[in-house]
Design a protein around this ligand. Sequence first.
Ligand code: PGA
Length: 244
Amino acid sequence: MKLIIVATPEEGAVNAAEIVIKQIKAKPASVLGLPTGGTPIGLYAQLAKAVKEKKVDLSQIKTFNLDEYCGLTKENFQSYYTFMNIHLYAPCGLRPDQTHIPSGTASDTEAEVRAYETAIVTAGGLDLQVLGIGENGHIGFNEPGTEPKSRTRVVTLTQNTREANARFFSSIHEVPIHALTMGIQNILEAKVILMLAFGANKADILFDALKGPISINNPASFLQNHPDVIVIADHAAAAQLLRH
Ligand code: PGA
């Protein structure tokens, strides 16, 4: 595992964008696994800037998002589809055929998750999976207690996750209770994993994920089993790692 400690989230975003752009330059038709949340917003802004400055060509990439809330249509302002459209798809000019997010409103969720996994395999598998880390160690919406062999499925969000994400809604009561998420096994199948962690609220869980036991209590700890992981953390998120 390679750990890159940066001073600020802004610097982290620049570093992360360099890694993503290097991947796309090496393989223009790269298949990227992507997260939502506050963490990747700076990375997406850097990618949009690079596209605008013609420093990278994203016209052949394919993207697969980790997760989506159940019950929210694509058009819903809180959906992860809308989030991605605002932060990445529209600013980078990605075509609809390039981007994939599981549908939170599929009537047959079993068929939806099977189709999602098939689409990833058909695309050739994930070359690079970008991740944030939840305050409770979740990656995607794989909450503590998730088995490492888990695959794409419907999950119930923990109270902690709903509270953390309530900042994107007008109240916690609006945060959906269920979501569709890729499993830990899907994440570990990516050739390279790039995890970003910014802020003091991630310091304890990041330390535990990288230096603690590999355990279902901290899903991000399963990354210790992957041969090619890069972690970018700002000073605040790396505080515990720097202390030890
Ligand atoms: P955040 O969430 O980026 O909004 O902090 C991280 C996560 O839940 O994976």
